[in-house]
Design a protein around this ligand. Structure first.
Ligand SMILES: Nc1ncnc2c1ncn2[C@@H]1O[C@H](COP(=O)(O)OP(=O)(O)OP(=O)(O)O)[C@@H](O)[C@H]1O
Length: 363
């Protein structure tokens, strides 16, 4: 028997949830696809606690689907939507927030949605220089080309590179002195901590000041209605990652790595951190995968090849795709016009990645 989407849905529909209803009676199974022996779907849950409570349901669904003849792999991703828009505060409601970035955070109860933003996705890496910012800007452009309303928040406090990569400069305006107007480039709404700092200013914030700055960028910027907000994190597993997952209702994280063992080792640490923070890891991306010589067309694997896919398989996480190492990618990034704006092989790889995210219901 060929396993179809209907067969797979039928197989798991009578699994009981903690609330006494069955999976079939609730509307939390999203974006199911059955393709070449792989069943993929998203379990949309309210928050991290609900995700924890559904762990046995996920395990049972995986067990049943894996037992079906012809099914080799089952990929289930749990996501928590970032919530629906709340009306923005107008002047007169409470104290006017200061526009000086880097203040102490205001008290808040748990992770907050960003008004108007459906999904918040953190883009992380264990190691610096693996192309996390390049992936963020190109993925944003590819998602915008696919018709999604996309934002980029450059939270790489120690080396903000989105202004350069997206070709944005100048200081963001605040007509009412309370809310910050984001910048726009290539169909993407963007804001970077780099735009709020004076040129050449060194950033020495730690802990609480970082939290305050992040909170401001999330809550004080007029993001408008967005399908997805991509957050370019600093590399590693530090205060910004911690603050972000504690302060914002992050739907999930994407991990960028090169195929080298040393980068993978760091990527594993980043995954471990997101697991501890109860932020679902939506998948792994291999950057700087294949190098095609622009002169002779020879294909080489400068940093190895396939390591990230193997790691994803070992960890039971989705492998979202590989992105070529290409001179054009760097030149385009340096010129402020991401390569995804074009239609060459790198742009096509980004379009596939964007498509997978849309199909997976996370963008
Ligand atoms: N696939 C690629 N092909 C060619 N060059 C690339 C590719 N990906 C990234 N680069 C280049 O590598 C350099 C580092 O990339 P990027 O700044 O995106 O990395 P990062 O992981 O965000 O680094 P950081 O740790 O500094 O935040 C940049 O000059 C970028 O243009």
């Amino acid at each position: 028997m060929t396993v179809t989407r209907e067969v797979a849905l039928g197989e798991i529909s009578d699994i009981l949830l903690p609330n006494g209803k069955t999976l079939g009676e609730t509307d939390i199974v999203r974006a199911m696809t059955v393709e070449a022996g792989t069943v993929r779907f998203v379990l949309e849950v309210a928050d991290a606690d609900a995700a924890r409570a559904l762990a046995p349901v996920e395990a049972e669904a995986r067990r049943r689907l894996q037992a079906l003849e012809g099914v080799e792999t089952v990929r289930i991703v749990m996501t928590a939507p970032a919530g629906r828009p709340e009306p923005a505060k107008t002047s007169g409601e409470g104290a006017a927030p200061s526009l000086k970035v880097g203040r102490h955070p205001t008290a808040q109860a748990g992770p907050q949605p960003v008004p108007g933003v459906r999904h918040i996705i953190a883009i992380g890496s264990g190691k610096g220089g693996v192309g996390k910012s390049t992936v963020t800007s190109n993925l944003a452009v590819a998602l915008a080309k696919a018709g999604r309303r996309v934002g980029v928040l450059d939270a790489d406090i120690y080396g903000p590179s989105q202004p350069r990569m997206l070709g944005v400069s100048g200081r963001p305006a605040s007509p009412d002195g309370q809310r910050i107007e984001p910048m726009h480039a290539h169909g993407v709404t963007m804001m970077s901590i780099g735009l709020m700092l004076k040129e050449g200013e060194a950033v020495v914030w730690r802990g609480p000041m970082l939290m305050g700055a992040l909170q401001q960028l999330l809550q004080q910027v007029n993001w408008g209605e967005l399908d997805v907000l991509l957050i370019d994190l600093p590399p590693g597993t530090g205060d910004v990652q911690l603050s972000l997952c504690q302060k914002a209702a992050v739907s999930g994280a994407l991990i960028v790595s090169t195929p080298q063992d040393v980068a993978l080792l760091d990527a594993r640490r980043a995954i471990d951190m997101f697991n501890k923070l109860k932020t679902p890891v939506l998948g792994l991306i291999e950057n700087m995968s294949t190098y095609v010589c622009p002169s002779c067309g020879h294909e080489a694997h400068l940093f190895g090849h396939g390591g990230v896919a193997a790691e994803a398989q070992a960890l039971g996480l989705p492998f979202l795709g590989e992105l070529p190492l290409q001179l054009d990618v760097r030149l385009a990034g340096d010129s402020g016009r991401p390569v995804a704006l074009g239609d060459g092989p790198a742009a096509q790889a980004y379009a596939r990645l964007a498509e997978r995210m849309v199909q997976g219901g996370v963008a």
